[in-house]
Design a protein around this ligand. Sequence first.
Ligand SMILES: [Zn+2]
Length: 254
Amino acid sequence: MRDATLQLRSLMGAWRPVYARRLALHATAEAVVMAAWRADVRRLDLASAVTAWRAAVGEAAEPQDVHRQQSAAGAALAVLTARPWRRTRGALVLAARRAHRAGWAAGHRLTGGSHVDDDGPLPGQLVLGAPEMSDDTADATAAATLAAALGATAWRSGRAMADSADDPQRDAEEVLDAGLDMALAADVAVSAAYGAGLLSAYLGAGAGSVLWLTAGDGRVCERCASAEAGGPYNLLASPRLPQHPRCRCVLAPA
Ligand SMILES: [Zn+2]
């Protein structure tokens, strides 16, 4: 049996536009989510977090002390989770819905369905194999993604606060402005929604099994390579996209 990456190469004619669209999907989602994030953090300051942290640890402990970092992360998280994050949450809902629909459209084409526009009007019924992510799933995806991003951001800004040489508040707030963890969490959410859309299309087309396909180049990690080697998988029991942030893998009908 040919290995899945070879199969991917032989299907390059079909896969090249799928990859290109997926890259564009991720880039657009990241731009939209990060614009929302920056708007949401604009008036957020960590003065109260720094005050709470200083009160908790005092000035005696050594820099780099893990308890200082934990305490700072906890103080930052309390400030972050008190915010509504309305714009970011809304952007995540849109990104997840759009990714699901794009995954479904790609899967639909790959299983021989007629062309469907990624953004065009689609039937609204929410059935097995449907193009649309349900409102509940989109809301839950946004909430989980935001919670993951805030947790990771609190740790990162807590470390910056605890390790700061001269201005803990400024250093911790720079972490918020950069939003690295939000970008990674959004990437994961987009991949997961895209993968769910692909599976939904395959389910709708009656496909029984799928192959995990890596990008097949030198940057493929062990985890994704072994997911590829383990296929084909039952449609409902396959590993789920993504294996990690910035995962480029796809699921193909076997
Ligand atoms: Zn991967």
